[in-house]
Design a protein around this ligand. Structure first.
Ligand SMILES: [Zn+2]
Length: 132
């Protein structure tokens, strides 16, 4: 049976892909399980980089973040703040580019947002209002 997080579970373990070096967050219970890189689809065993600062309880998982961008009613609220905070431009189809026009992996966008308490809280609030 695939792992199903409980509502109170928060993704807090940081993984890094040995192939594309994307970083992303998973649930503690998933550490050590076979997992596919959300950046490149590699199934190589990811490196466990450690944990986000415990205690915020306001992390939003990568799949949930992607859903926020995919759903029109939340995308129009999430995309402008991601563009402003990270100085990126949204090109549609879940693609962001930096000011030089270089693509930035969605996993990297998520990781940067989750690494900053204020941004993390804002994304969490958007997520919670979208699942109500
Ligand atoms: Zn990868």
């Amino acid at each position: 049976m695939p792992f199903q997080p409980l509502p109170q579970d928060q993704p807090s373990a940081i993984l890094s892909c040995p192939d594309c070096h994307a970083s992303w967050l998973i649930y503690e219970q998933q550490v050590g399980l076979p997992i596919t890189c959300p950046g490149c689809g590699s199934t190589a065993r990811p490196t466990h980089l450690g944990h986000t600062k415990a205690g915020s309880g306001r992390q939003v998982s990568f799949p949930s973040f992607r859903r926020l961008l995919e759903q029109p009613d939340t995308a129009h609220r999430v995309i402008p703040i991601v563009e402003r905070w990270l100085n990126l431009r949204y090109e549609g189809a879940l693609r962001f580019v930096d000011p030089a026009g270089q693509p930035v992996l969605l996993t990297e966008v998520h990781f940067q947002l989750q690494g900053q308490a204020e941004w993390q809280g804002a994304i969490y609030n958007l997520f919670m209002s979208s699942v109500r």
